[in-house]
Design a protein around this ligand. Structure first.
Ligand code: BTN
Length: 254
């Protein structure tokens, strides 16, 4: 897999070094260890399978064979840090559209959905010291060639590209396209071009009545807008406005 990717990849930063595992606990855990040992920017850790994939908010992320699990080490500036979430989910949406023609949307802040079911999750972990980003690890998990139907608990709210398409996708091609797209957006962000406007266009959450779980707290209201840093403005039923920077969104019926 890594030889095919290396041969086809035309990026300058992302994928300069690719470390491929057949099975690993978590690509993000490995990438963070490498980042602490000062691995170069753009290093990618990829695995055919994760046995203890990490999800957002302390959850487990299921990564069976056929799914895509990779983590990228980046060295963004402090200003670019909030843009990583936007650029990653936007890159996934673009690649899904280019390679499959499927219409994917983003559920705030960074879940990618097809037909209202989750197909991709993004987890960004970073280390900041004295206003300097030591590193960021962008973890991307995509249900590519996976049959989720034997797991009714999961298939109620998740889907895969192969299920939506009715055929499998050649995974290395998908990886090459994804790394190229993330790099394009990353280089643009470094040049001052934010992914914000296009990311916002794909946000299906805007305008909807939602419930957001923020730690132990729950807020309900209408998702009114998003700020340039990606935070969400929620109009509560009493008319007041609140800004949410992280949380788990459930779309409610109007
Ligand atoms: C989510 O909860 O939606 C985020 C899931 C992120 C999963 C990816 S798979 C590659 C990387 N390694 C991990 O352990 N997690 C991320």
């Amino acid at each position: 897999m890594e030889n095919f990717i290396k041969e086809k990849l035309r990026t300058k930063i992302i994928g300069r070094r690719i470390i491929h595992y057949i099975s690993v606990a978590s690509t993000t855990e490995i990438a963070k260890k490498l980042a602490l040992e000062r691995a170069e920017e753009g290093t990618v850790v990829i695995a055919d399978e994760q046995t203890l994939g990490r999800g957002r908010l302390g959850r487990i992320w299921l990564s069976p064979k056929g799914s895509l699990a990779l983590s990228i080490i980046l060295h963004p500036s402090l200003e670019q840090l909030p843009q990583l979430i936007m650029m990653t989910s936007l890159a996934v949406v673009r690649v899904i559209s280019h390679l499959t023609g499927l219409k994917a949307v983003i559920k705030w802040p960074n879940d990618v959905l097809i037909n209202s079911k989750k197909v991709c999750g993004v987890l960004i972990e970073n280390e900041v010291e004295d206003d300097r980003v030591e590193f960021a690890v962008v973890g991307i998990g995509i249900n590519v060639n996976v049959d989720l139907s034997p797991f009714p608990d999961i298939s109620a709210f998740a889907t895969s590209l192969s299920q939506e398409l009715g055929r499998e996708i050649f995974l290395p091609d998908f990886v090459v396209a994804l790394l190229s797209e993330v790099e394009k957006l990353y280089v643009q962000a470094q040049a001052g071009v934010s992914p914000y406007t296009e990311w916002k266009d794909y946000l299906e959450t805007l305008g909807k009545r939602i419930r957001v779980k923020i730690g132990e707290m729950i807020e309900e209201g209408r998702a009114e807008s998003v700020a340039e840093d990606g935070s969400l403005f929620l109009r509560r039923d009493d008319g007041s406005l609140t800004k949410v920077t992280a949380g788990e969104v459930t779309i409610l019926k109007d």
